[in-house]
Design a protein around this ligand. Structure first.
Ligand SMILES: Cc1ncc(COP(=O)(O)O)c(C=O)c1O
Length: 421
């Protein structure tokens, strides 16, 4: 499942020096939870842009669809093409920028719709679709406060009028994106954004446009407010079993405390990241480890070398700060993370040898390193931690044991007020 390497050098995890495990069970659990949350009438769109948030585009897309997702959402045209060329047939929505030069490419594949905010792109898309004998559905983006993509209601109505005069494209929906819904527990700004989208919807309907889809909900909105679900949600990070933020989690707890209701999904992290020890060496007291000699042993130590570094996505800011798990114990990073290597202290850990598995993210025994822990160390967010694992790290879909019916029911239900008390 190594998407970057045309001819994988290894056929199985047993032969890999480093790899990511993508849990099939976690994907299915998360989709089940999300479906339970939005119901059967809402289109469950799963965001698989950026190599499925670093989890592996094609394999994850297939798995999300098999688990019950309705649509796949990508940012770029090339991602949509990659999915179609891999035989993925689910409806695709391109939520990012599609340039006039790229529309012909997407017109050559079925069931790909795109975000739209530019009349020239609309005309180019219509011409490309006519030439390909297809119709491209478009979603006009409404500016509600993020100032990233999108048009005022008046501009959007003008673009809709242009679209309605063009053969080859059809207005399918309108959409917006929240600026800070996951950054705060104060959702007044997000409420204003939703209200603006609702105003836009009313204006479109008054002008006679039949909108099949109105969409705004990312993971935080999907978890927090069912009034954002409308006809479709665009869930990214939660589908990978990660919370959008501490604030989102806190808001759910706050809502339970204040109103005795809410939705606390039992999300299952999908990705684990592991590597094999390639060398174990003794460092004498006073010896240095790594570039810059930033680490100096105060006593005789055993150091294990792992064959990956910041090029592979293990951030250099973890130098002398992070730890990995080996044989269920913590092995602190010693010295600077190199481009393709890193060293960890295994002095107190028994049975470490060449080939022993180290966990960079995920569980080993009773210990776990989360994407959030790595993000805290790195001064970033869990999104970046997973999305930046380099494509050269092979991703393996791991068919872990299916859920028992009781566990599945428990996952679906979220937690109740009583369970929280
Ligand atoms: C337009 C759009 N919608 C939805 C999402 C998904 O957001 P999240 O991962 O927070 O669910 C993204 C992610 O960046 C996005 O850019």
């Amino acid at each position: 499942m190594n998407s970057a390497c045309p001819q994988p050098l290894a056929q199985s995890i047993a032969q890999e020096a480093f790899w990511c495990e993508v849990s099939q069970r976690a994907i299915w659990s998360n989709v089940e939870i999300l479906r339970h949350r939005v119901g059967s009438q809402v289109i469950l769109g799963i965001v698989v842009k950026s190599d499925a948030y670093g989890h592996g585009l094609v394999e994850c897309a297939r798995e999300f669809v098999a688990a019950g997702a309705d649509w796949l959402i990508v940012n770029f045209a090339y991602e949509a093409v990659k999915l179609r060329q891999a035989g993925v047939t689910a409806p695709i929505y391109i939520c990012g920028n599609v340039s006039a030069a790229q529309v012909a490419t997407i017109a050559s594949y079925p069931d790909i719709r795109m975000a739209l905010y530019d009349a020239d792109v609309a005309r180019a898309a219509a011409a490309a679709a006519r030439a390909a004998g297809r119709v491209i559905p478009v979603h006009i983006l409404i500016e509600t406060g993020t100032h990233r993509q999108g048009l005022t209601i008046e501009e959007a109505l003008e673009l809709a009028a242009t679209v309605s005069q063009l053969d080859g494209i059809v207005l399918e929906g309108i959409s917006t994106h929240y600026a800070d819904i996951e950054d705060t527990t104060d959702h007044r700004f997000a409420h204003q954004q939703l209200e603006l989208l609702n105003q836009a919807e009313r204006a479109f309907r008054q002008a006679g446009y039949d909108l099949a889809i109105v969409q705004s909900a990312n993971s935080a909105a999907t978890i927090l407010w069912n009034q954002t679900h409308a006809s479709m949600v665009r869930v990214g990070i939660a589908a990978y079993g990660l919370w959008p933020s501490k604030e989102t989690y806190a808001k759910v707890l706050q809502t339970f405390a204040e109103r005795g209701e809410g939705f606390l999904p039992n999300l299952q992290p999908v990705l684990s990241w592991r590597a094999r020890v390639v060398q174990v060496k003794s460092v004498p007291a006073g010896g240095y480890v790594g570039y810059g000699r930033t680490f100096r042993a105060t006593q005789p130590m055993q150091i294990a070398v792992l064959p990956l570094g910041y090029h592979e996505g293990y951030d250099r800011r973890l130098s002398n700060l992070g730890y990995v798990l080996i044989n269920g114990l913590r092995a602190p990073v010693c010295g600077r993370i190199c481009m393709n290597m890193m060293m960890v202290d295994v002095t107190p850990i028994p049975n470490v040898q060449v080939g022993t598995v180290a966990t960079l993210m995920g569980s080993d025994g009773d210990e776990r390193i989360s994407a959030e822990q790595l993000a805290n160390w790195m001064g970033t967010i869990n999104y970046e931690v997973v999305a930046r694992i380099h494509p050269s790290v092979p991703r393996y879909l791991v068919a872990d044991a299916p859920l028992s019916p009781a566990a599945a029911a428990d996952l679906r239900s979220g937690r109740t007020t009583a369970a929280l008390a």
